[in-house]
Design a binder for this molecule. Structure first.
Ligand code: ADP
Length: 161
């Protein structure tokens, strides 16, 4: 058995909810790789280079975490990294169906990769990257939801658009 877990996602941008999941995963696994999807069907505010950069700064305080970008299927990336565990976050019930579908599809693609679900603390249960973008777009404050570095980056990005 190996001790590497991969946490794949879009992270556009990384939020305190993602960081909560990463911190939990890092207590369970020897090494956690936050894997940022280069291609996504979501309309992203940040380029993948920016998403990687923001995630690196936001996780600097954690020893056993690494941030990388990947393309193609997440399960293939997990195998390439020599891992067998994929971390996903489960928030409210609304995540469940989508995440279950994804986990089953990934199992069909690769029987050896196991999806492990973690839940964040209550205050992040309804937090998403889309909410962050929506709130700041309407002039609201997102200070409680993202690290300062991400707050500044989102603000600058919105002002420059
Ligand atoms: P994706 O586009 O792959 O869904 P996201 O960056 O939106 O990528 O999310 C990556 C993972 O993190 C998903 O499993 C998602 O459910 C989880 N996640 C996102 N926000 C939170 C949060 N506030 N608390 C816990 N998990 C979260």
């Amino acid at each position: 058995m190996n001790n590497v877990a991969i946490y794949p996602g879009t992270f556009d941008p990384i939020t305190n909810g993602h960081i909560d999941i990463i911190e939990r995963a890092c207590k369970i696994f020897g090494k956690v790789i936050v894997a940022i999807a280069k291609e996504t069907n979501k309309e992203c505010l940040f380029s993948f280079e920016e998403r990687v950069h923001l995630a690196k700064i936001a996780t600097e305080h954690i020893d056993n975490v690494k941030v990388e970008a990947f393309d193609g299927l997440a399960v293939n990336y997990v195998r390439r990294k020599g891992g067998s565990v994929m971390i996903r976050g489960l928030r409210a019930v609304s995540d469940f169906e989508y995440e279950l579908q994804l986990a089953l599809a990934n199992r069909n693609l690769c029987e050896d990769v196991e999806t492990v679900f973690l839940t964040p603390q209550n205050k992040y249960l309804y937090l998403s990257s889309s909410l962050i973008k929506q709130v700041i777009g309407l002039g609201g404050s997102i200070k409680d939801y993202v690290p300062d570095s991400v707050f500044d980056a989102v603000k600058n990005k919105m002002l420059s658009d």
